[in-house]
Design a protein around this ligand. Sequence first.
Ligand SMILES: [Zn+2]
Length: 319
Amino acid sequence: MTSQLNDLLEPVSAGSHRRPLVILDGGTGTELVRMGFTNIDDDPLFSARLLSTNPEAIKEVHKRFYKAGSDIVVTATYQASVSGLQKHVGMTSEEAKNLIKNGVLLAKQAAQEVRSECPDRKLLLVAGSVGSYGACLHDGSEYRGDYMGKISINDLKAWHKPRIDILMEAGVDLLAIETIPCLAEALAIIDIIEDIPGCRGWVTFSCKDGKHTCGGDVFSESIKQVMISERVVAAGMNCTSPTYVSDLLESLQSHSFVKPIIVKPNSGELWDTTHRWHGGVKNVSELAKAWTKNGASWLGGCCRVYPDDISRLKNALIN
Ligand SMILES: [Zn+2]
């Protein structure tokens, strides 16, 4: 698997400005909601709840994304932290560890099953989701980043490290360090992965407009900073409105980044304080072609971007 990842990361040859296109997945949690698991939206563990109550459903969602064309799916561990599982589900740390590990095994099983059904699908990788600390506070703070002044960098690292260790032990191909509102948190996580042999990952920020991360850092500068680490294989934005994507990509142009740029937006709808989605849906698959012309080469979606959207996105990009 790792050699497949290496193939994707080969430096772009001289004279070629095109990177291999990599299709990512969409919103695992929102696909589960569409399948009828509507109560996870109000659950502090979000889709991770189903790792213990309905693991088959998680595997099914991964398979749907692989079958729709995703080269890499992201584990349902976005809101699963060892301390969160202890606090909200009353698990022991050993039980929490096993649950997170199971999140990886389900994605690997999904890859294996899809590979046996569709032998032509060669690239089926698993990225271990490392959601921000704010995602586990379950108050929307991953879209504000305002917790950063309230927790020390050392405490933040101590909070992130156990899940990263478990994901690596369970054999993910890489980490998806995602929905990160602040550069400081991304750098804290990178510090952790630099101490773990063989650990690599992508970093995607949640962004509040066409220039800034949700925590207010300048997006292009944040990408520049995280790209410095050899362990970061790609970077970009996720769970960001499609409305902002072109401007965010435009802001990266002058840097001429060598590593792939990721675009993994949500549907453009807003999650309001009454925990309901509203607002207009943007057609991510229609917009994707323009984004590739603007430098993005790893594309997928986030909340409310479904397997059929990923399938349309892939068709739009390869045709
Ligand atoms: Zn999202």
